[in-house]
Design a protein around this ligand. Sequence first.
Ligand code: PLP
Length: 432
Amino acid sequence: MSQSLSARHRAALPSWLSLYYEEPIEIVSGRGRHVTDAAGNTYLDFFAGILTNAIGYDIAEISDAIRRQVDTGILHTSTLYLIRQQVELAERIGELSGIANPKVFFTNSGTEANETALMLATQRRRSNQVLALRNSYHGRAFGTLGVTGNRGWSASALSPVKVSYVHGGYRYRSPFRDLSDADYIAACVDDLREVIETTTAGDVACMIAEPIQGVGGFATPPDGLFGAFAEVLDEYGILLISDEVQTGWGRTGEHFWGIQAHGVTPAAMTFAKGLGNGLAIGGVVAEAGLMDCLTANSISTFGGNPISTGGAAAALEYLLDNDLQGNAAKLGTRLLDGLRAHAERCALIGDVRGKGLMIGIELVEPGTRTPAAAAAARVMELTKQRGLLVGKGGLHGNVLRLAPPMTLTDDEAAQALQILTETIALAEQELH
Ligand code: PLP
């Protein structure tokens, strides 16, 4: 018998390339918020790829924009020539950024976006010292691995960045977790100041931070934390980079960019994932002085190509025209309320957190804070059997992550809530 695709995947691709599920699925088509696998099973996608499919599947406006470029006979030549879509999208993102005098550089991924932002900040400040948050994830290249504060994802021993980590992102497992919001922020600010004074040489280039930690299990700090951090960073001349790879484009509901909940405008924001609705595109938006601080030439061969930027421009207009941010706020609140009500009755749930359509459910051994990773894996399997795909993550692999396309409907939200509450209760019965 011929080998399964998953066996061939294991043989041909690296052992460290993660796959979901004991029996991984091959998704072959999608419509709206639903995807279908090669065996003909259809699922409601509550992870939107990995927050890549912000709008959903089979969006005519995006396909048309891509087709128009395909019809020219040119998929891409080179970023050494003018590309109209690239310029137009840069102007649009600059306007939306809230950054004064903005400029945009396009990449093919979130990793490259963060590498670029780190390169800009370290050049500008002539220092390779960087602050990052514990439990963070910023990508899989040398610099970004260095600032990733999660040993499950980082191999930073050889990183060129000298990084110091601070508290703040992951409140549920923080020593300051039981404090009020204001006291939590004050304790994190004290820690930041102490880290700067004790573990750095004093000339730190930047802090890089996710407003809500994505891979870290949708860990959500209290509003205002990064505004309070920024006051300290300003004192020391340290630039703030907001990694909006997961939190951008209105996904958090109340704001277009996650950092806006903190009352601060960063020096640079990085983005990727949802912008292209599945196309490979990322980038950095930064104030012109920071963006232009490089003197050496630097291009990305594919970053800014006409297929990605044209498709992303169509996706961005769709997202804005249809107020998907508003929909994320409305349905996110409904899901959070429903899950929090269920958590009152379910000892397996240690924490429900998030904003908009970015919700984490941290599973623990009942009556403790001990991570329940096996339960999370079981819930994922049970939801899949019932036609719902969810994500998993967190430092201990015990957090279910919900991030459906932002076009989600009321009925789909209700259906997912029902499946989740049933399957979490079932996993609790099975395992305890
Ligand atoms: N930054 C954040 C917050 C992410 O969640 C990720 C990916 O999950 C990255 C950066 C890296 O992006 P990419 O996988 O596109 O390189």
